[in-house]
Structures are given as structure tokens and as C-alpha cells.
Design a protein around this ligand. Sequence first.
Ligand code: NAP
Ligand code: ZN
Length: 346
Amino acid sequence: MPIAKGYAATDASQPLVPFTFERREPNADDVVIAIKYSGICHSDIHQARNEWGFSKYPMVPGHEIAGVVTAVGENVTKFKVGDHVGVGCFVDSCVGCATRDLDNEQYMPGLVQTYNDVEADGKTPTHGGYSDSIVVKEGYVLSIPGNLPLDAAAPLLCAGITLYSPLRHWKAGPGKKVAILGMGGLGHMGVKLAHAMGAHVTVLSQTLSKKEDGLKLGADEYYATSDPETFKTLAGSFDLLICTVSAPIDWNAYLGLLKVDGSMVVVGVPEHPVPVHAFPLVMGRRSLSGSMIGSIKETQEMLDFCGQHGIVCEIETIRADQINDAYERVLKSDVRYRFVIDIATL
Ligand code: NAP
Ligand code: ZN
């Protein structure tokens, strides 16, 4: 079995520690990847700390993986040694399904998450990108366009696709007013992508401290949600509001910012249930929806879109021994805008 080096959470309350483990033997349809960079998603923190209640330990987090192919199985046709590739949030899907729904596979039963899950055999734990290698079936490996640097491209594999998918689904584009709530890892990608799609983009952030960045990245307007005037000024303004926040907020107040027929789409995943009143929904035929990452097909489409538009994430590269400090800084919204681990420092 190939041996991998990484960083793991060993229980919900302890810092992550160096960890050595076995990767599975590659099969004929597998791609072996030397991981170069791994983004730190807020979901890694939720799961390392068991905030969603289904964590398994030891856990090697990381689902924003960018690396280089080092070997391919005999049946692999799409990749060769040396290719720049990515792995996102899942490494198998629709296990046992007669048909794999390529457009919606992230919502199908049988999805195997890149970490904190078990492989299709029902027993081998999956481990993520805070490690130096991974073995993944060809169908779940993404091609990273040659003009995108691997470090800044890594977070596209989750932060990028998580915003790209709802922006496409709700048809963000010219003439549409889109609000992005939370200027964090996901939020800043929402600004760049919605701007590139031609929508009018407004950032709703707790304060104006990141306003200059937001406008530079493509926002047309920027408001502080700590100012009650914001909710009066922007009432009934947006076709689409994407909420990337997982902290407690008043969802009813944000529903009031939608136009008639507008949609608020939840991508941030709070630890606790959220009270929602009927009034802001019925008074405007508004919708409250959710969205989770994207299919492999759509993730490749997003990477190609980013390649064409020269879009990558704004990153702060860290050493592996800074992961625990980085977690604390993410919790304080003190990152511009994604931490990426340089795997060479493991
Ligand atoms: P992040 O970088 O921490 O960004 C979250 C942003 O929320 C912060 O930058 C901050 O923006 C805002 N925020 C933080 N505390 C707040 C508070 N008390 N009140 C109001 N706003 C607050 O996290 P992320 O990596 O973007 O992930 C965001 C959420 O999405 C997490 O729950 C994560 O698990 C989830 N997620 C979901 C999917 C999916 O498929 N649906 C995929 C990936 C991640 P400002 O500083 O601008 O206020
Ligand atoms: Zn993520």
C-alpha cells in the first residue's frame, strides 16, 4: 500500500497533528496524484470539530486539492503523468445506480466525500487533501487549465464551484442584480464569478473593512450589514442573494432584500436550525433555496470558465504547521480570502 503523510484531526476538541496513513492500491481506472496545494474550506473546520455531528476520526480534511499526476491505471484515457489536476468534494457517486445523472450527481445517493467518508467498498476511510498524495478514479479527477497557477486554483475545487453552480442555475448575467452575503472564501469567488458572468454585484459584509478589495474584485456596490440603514436602502433590490454565512443571522431581514420572485440561496451551513417567517416569502413570491457544490461536469465547466477569464482565488499560502492557527483566523474572518497549504512543507 502507498504510504501518505498528512495532517489529521483525531477528535473534535484537539488540534490537527501530523499523521501517516495508507492510500489504497491504484486500480486500472485510477489516477495517482502528488498533491501540491490544498485549500482550507470552512467546511473542514465544521467537520474537524464535529459541528455537523457526523465526523469520523482520524480525519485528514481537505477537498480543494491541486496537484500533478504521477501515475495512471491502464484503463485511464483522459490523464497522463505530469498533468495539472484537481480533486474536489467527492471521489465517487451513484454507487450501484443504473444511471449516473451527470448534471446532479452531487445530490444522488451513494456520493462518497473526499474525506470523512468511506469508499464504495463500505469500509475503507477516505482521506482528503491535507496530505501528499491521493488515488482517485479517473471520472472524479478535474483538469486544471494550464494558465492557472496550482496554488490559487486549488480553492476553485470547492469555493469556486459552490458559487458557480447557483449563479448558473439562477441565471446570473446581464440585467440581473446579485447580492453576495459574506466576503469570505466562498463569497469573494461569488463576486469574481458573478462579475465575469455580467451580473450587477453587491457585497453584503459585516463591515466596510474589505470594501476596497470587493470593488477591485468586481463588486459594483458594497454595504455593511451592521448598519441598519443597509436593510432600508436595499429593500426589494435583488434577483438573487447567495448566503455564504454559517454564523447566526436574521434570514428574514435578508429575504426582505429580494425583488418579487427573487431567490435567496443558502450555501453556508449553520450548526443550528434557523427560524424563517412566512411573511417575507409570501409578500413577494420569494423563494428560499439551497445549493451544494456542483457536479463533476459543472466543476470542469467552471474550471474552463476560470481559465478563459483568468479567474483564480485570492490566497494566503501557509506551511502545514500553521493549519491550526489558520483555523482560528478563519473563524475571526481574518483571511484574504483563502488559506492554501503548501504541501511541500508537510
Ligand atoms: P469563510 O471564509 O469563513 O466565510 C464566511 C463569511 O461569513 C466570513 O468571511 C464573513 O464575511 C461572514 N461571517 C462570519 N461570521 C459572521 C457573523 N457572525 N455574522 C455575519 N457574517 C459572518 O467560510 P467559507 O469557506 O466561505 O464557507 C462558508 C460556509 O459555506 C461554511 O458554513 C461552509 O461549511 C459552507 N460551505 C458550503 C458549501 C456548499 O456546497 N453548500 C461548500 C463549501 C462551504 P464578512 O467578513 O464579509 O462579514
Ligand atoms: Zn468546501
